[in-house]
Design a protein around this ligand. Structure first.
Ligand code: FES
Length: 271
């Protein structure tokens, strides 16, 4: 690992030297990383990549045992596994001339390559970045380089609009902004609420789903999600899906399945 930056009290950013992954990455794809032979396999969406330097940038929230182990890595240390790129690259539509990204917390990282590529394709892109407070608003300065507008929302109003990203999105729509597509990535509840805003206007809304994953190759079935009434596997059919047809309630219920076990393991994370 080449570079580690602590972003706030919950998240950190790393540039990982993985030239074969960096060469093939496309927006929307993810990697699975593992620290230690007995380590858990952690799926992480790719935030940025540099094929020339051979690096892949990931942003991680240190919330569980394995991500806290990852946080202990120092520059020069190695991951046990760093596998990818996995998943289907985002289908970016050049016909969508005005696209807005909605990023919650570390969702800024996966939104970034998608908007950047759209801007390179000649589309007008805006972004709304949200966080509980200022420290959780990530990558605003990176988005400013190519976005026409960077809107910020914080729960406490420390920076930007006081409220949620959905409040900002609703106001923009109410003020007459026309979006050809919304790309929403963040906590499941945020993506669900973004869809609640966009659905009445039938605005195409892409979301990136983050269910529990094990193998990442479509074999184990752990990452099952229901989209448009059909079973899909996020690792091989996604992680991007049409947000208007995702069963978010089922996804949230499945994410809570191992809460007790996670809590138990987490108690030992700092030992
Ligand atoms: Fe096993 Fe997707 S992680 S099928």
């Amino acid at each position: 690992m080449k570079r580690k930056v602590i972003l706030n009290d919950a998240a950190f950013e790393m540039d990982v030297y993985a030239p074969l992954v960096a060469k093939k990455c496309e927006p929307g794809q993810f990697i699975i990383a593992r620290v230690g032979e007995d380590g858990e396999r952690i799926p992480l969406t790719i935030g940025d990549y540099d094929p020339e330097k051979g690096t892949v940038t990931i942003v991680v929230q240190a919330v569980g045992f394995s991500t806290k182990q990852m946080l202990k890595l120092e520059e020069g240390d190695c991951f046990t596994d760093f596998v990818g790129p996995l998943g289907v690259p985002t289908k970016l539509n050049p016909e969508h001339k005005h696209v807005i990204g909605v990023a919650g917390g570390i969702g800024s990282a996966p939104v970034y390559p998608q908007l950047k590529k759209l801007a390179e394709m000649g589309c007008n892109v805006d972004v709304i970045i949200g966080g509980r407070e200022k420290q959780y608003v990530l990558w605003a300065e990176k988005f400013e380089k190519f976005c026409d507008h960077v809107y910020i929302a914080t729960d406490n109003g420390e920076v930007g609009t006081k409220g949620f990203v959905t409040d900002v999105l609703q106001k923009l729509i109410d003020d007459g902004e026309k979006f050809d597509e919304v790309i929403a990535i963040g906590p499941v509840i945020m993506m669900k609420n973004v869809v609640r805003v966009t659905k009445p206007y039938n605005i195409p809304t892409s979301v990136s789903l983050n269910p529990i994953m094990v193998d990442g190759t479509g074999m184990c079935g752990c990452c099952r999600v229901t989209v448009d009434g059909k079973i899909k596997f996020a690792c091989v059919d996604g992680p991007d899906f049409d947000g208007l047809t995702v069963d978010f309630d089922e996804l949230m219920a499945r994410q809570r399945m191992f809460k007790e076990e996670e809590h138990h393991v987490n108690e030992n994370a700092d030992r």
